[in-house]
Design a protein around this ligand. Structure first.
Ligand code: ZN
Length: 162
């Protein structure tokens, strides 16, 4: 099996730019290349699928639908929580990002949509839910993962890890 194209089980180093509605939201420029382990849900599925088979040095424009990106916007993904469940000295503001544990102890990301003295309304949608993602990607390098990286399912190398 050749190791000179992007495939599951390899560590892929890429340069990328993410544009949504004509606005650049994220880029490896300045931050350094993004490293991810292909086949382990490290990046949005729609982007990974389109990168399989790309060679080192190759670049590509990839359009990812919400479905294959950060999901459709879900009107139901809101929850009303009593203000008393938050630390009294916690400064709340709209858009504040929180990590909340559900009953199973799973960490979930949520955003404060609005709040009153008595309750806080949380939004569990990803900020890019419903967005069509436009990526420009370039494959810089490929390598085998270490045994530990394979075991953990993500890259350990210093870099721009998401
Ligand atoms: Zn790890």
């Amino acid at each position: 099996m050749s190791k000179d194209t992007v495939q599951d089980g390899l560590v892929v180093s890429i340069e990328y730019t993410l544009t949504v509605d004509g606005e650049v939201l994220d880029s490896s420029e300045g931050a350094g290349p993004l490293l991810f382990l292909a086949g382990y849900d490290n990046i949005v599925p729609g982007l990974e699928q389109e990168m399989i088979g790309m060679k080192i040095g190759e670049s590509k424009d990839v359009v990812v639908s919400p479905e294959d990106g950060y999901g459709e916007f879900d009107d139901e993904a809101f929850m009303e929580v009593p203000r008393s469940e938050f630390p009294a000295d916690m400064e709340l503001e709209e858009g504040l990002e929180l990590h909340v544990s559900d009953e199973d102890g799973q960490e979930q990301m949520a955003f404060v949509e609005s709040f009153t003295d008595d309750s806080v309304r949380l939004d569990f949608n990803h900020p890019l839910a419903g967005a069509e993602l436009h990526f420009n990607v370039k494959v810089l390098a490929l390598r085998d993962p270490t045994a530990e990286e394979l075991d953990h399912g993500h890259v350990h190398e210093e870099g721009h890890n998401h």
